[in-house]
Design a protein around this ligand. Structure first.
Ligand code: BTN
Length: 249
């Protein structure tokens, strides 16, 4: 199906749309979500000219990179994991199946290559008026910040060159997460095993103060476990903290 405003419908169930160019897939999906959308409706675009990152950053896009957004209902009752971690789980399982276990999660939203320690992808979750969430996923085959370098492409383990495979597979995994077929224990153990910066000291900001702690692991409900520095033992990173910084020697 082809329609000027909806682009090309790659598959109907769940709906996946393909655009050749867009300002931001988040904006596009937000606009479409003014009418009822099926859970898991997704869009990807060959070009994204005003992509958004966190917090309020621009997200640069080179041709061939993945820019996709998925519409999900508000985190359903009983689902303990936030969408950001379920999206990270979906992306990591797809990359591992295709490329191998070469990627990890930098809590809570970033996908890194474990060999180079470079960021190759990010997840941006935006709430849409209490009706649902827009889950934006950017993955770099080529890193816009590194000339000829970085990205998810590993020599000898190429990804299919077509632009459809990754969005189809990631959307499939997101639907599995939505269906509740997977136990939370399974998702938690998978992500905890791929958590980066374990044992490292990190800082973060809370209202009125900067805090510091040592990363211990991922908790069963998807929270970050840290060793505090004020004699309080193990602490949990507040869910309102969207970014941590590693302290380097
Ligand atoms: C981050 O800052 O790490 C999150 C980046 C999220 C980028 C993706 S690309 C597809 C979607 N559309 C956007 O405008 N942003 C997200």
């Amino acid at each position: 199906m082809e329609n000027a405003s909806w682009g090309h419908l790659v598959r109907e169930n769940p709906p996946l749309f393909h655009l050749s160019e867009v300002d931001s897939t988040q904006n596009w999906l937000k606009e479409k979500a003014r009418t009822a959308l099926d859970p898991g409706t997704a869009v990807f675009s060959d070009l994204q000219i005003s992509g958004r990152g966190r917090p309020g950053n621009k997200w640069l896009h080179l041709p061939g990179n993945l820019a996709m957004s998925v519409w999900m209902p508000e985190t359903p009752e009983g689902m303990t994991f936030p969408w950001t971690l379920l999206a990270a789980y979906s992306v990591l399982t797809v990359l591992e199946d295709r490329i191998g276990k070469s990627f990890g999660i930098k809590y809570p939203n970033d996908i890194y290559r474990t060999d180079s320690g470079m960021k190759v992808g990010g997840i941006l979750v935006e709430s849409h008026g209490g009706r649902g969430d827009l889950i934006g996923i950017g993955l770099n085959r080529k890193d816009p910040h590194v000339p000829d370098g970085g990205g998810i492409t590993i020599p000898d383990r190429p990804l299919p060159p077509d632009p459809m495979t990754l969005p189809l597979l990631i959307q499939d995994r997101m639907m599995v997460c939505l269906s509740g077929e997977l136990s939370h224990g399974e998702i938690w153990r998978f992500l905890d095993d791929r958590l980066l910066w374990r044992g490292d000291w990190v800082t973060w900001s809370e209202p009125g103060k900067n805090k510091m702690g040592k990363v211990l692991g991922l908790g069963e409900r998807g929270h970050l476990r840290l060793l505090g520095t004020e004699g309080e033992g193990e602490v949990t990173l507040p869910v309102t903290v969207r970014s941590i910084r590693r302290i380097t020697a």
